[in-house]
Unconditional design. Sequence first.
Length: 226
Amino acid sequence: MPTVMITGANRGLGFEFAHQYAEDGWNVIATCRTPELASELNKLDGVTEYKLDVGDFDAVAQLAQQLSGIAIDVLINNAGVYGPKAYSLAELDYDVWQDVMHINTFAPLHVTRCFAPHVAASQYKRIATLSSKMGSMADNSSGGSYIYRSSKAGLNAVMKSVAMDFAPQGITTIILHPGWVRTEMGGPNGLIDAPQSVRGMRQVIASASAEHNGRFFNYDGSEIPW
C-alpha cells in the first residue's frame, strides 16, 4: 500500500488531498499545526496526523527522524500562505515579506531536503509542490502582488534545482498550479472547487515520469511557462 505525506492537511486543498488519497486506500501522513482542532481530518480513515509547523525547521527535522525508515511514495508540499493582499508598492512591509518567503519558499525546500531519503526509499519516488501561476514571469501581465509572486517564483526556482539534484536518486519532482480554487485562500469567486483541482493534480502526479522532472504544470496537466 503506497504512502503519501501532505503538509497543511487540515483544510482546503491539503484536506482534499488527504480525503481523496485515503478513499483510494493509501496510507496518508497528514501534517498541520493544530491536528487537535482538525475535526474533519480526524474523521478520515487511513490517515495518521502529526503536529507540524513547516516554518519550524527544527520540528521538521525531528519529524523526519521520527518517521525514519518509512518510505513515502509521494511527498506533497501544500502548506503555504498568501500574505497581505492590499499592499501597494509604496506600502510594502519587508518584515512581512520575509515571513511569507520563509513559509512559501524556504519551508518547502527544508521539508523536501529532510524527507528526500524517505521518498528515495519508496516505489513511486515523487515530490509535488503546490505553487501558483503568479510565480510565472511569462504569465505576469498585471503587476502587483510583489510578496506572493516573489515567494512563488522563488519556490519554483528552488524546486527546479531540487529536481536536478535528486534525479540521480530516481526521484521525479514536479511543480503544480492548482487553479483558482474556491478555498479560504482562493476566496468564493474561484473558478473550480477543491475536489476538481485535487483530482486533476493527482492525475498529473500519478502520470509523472523522468521526462516531466522539474516542469511546471497546471492542475489539468497543461504546462505553464516559466
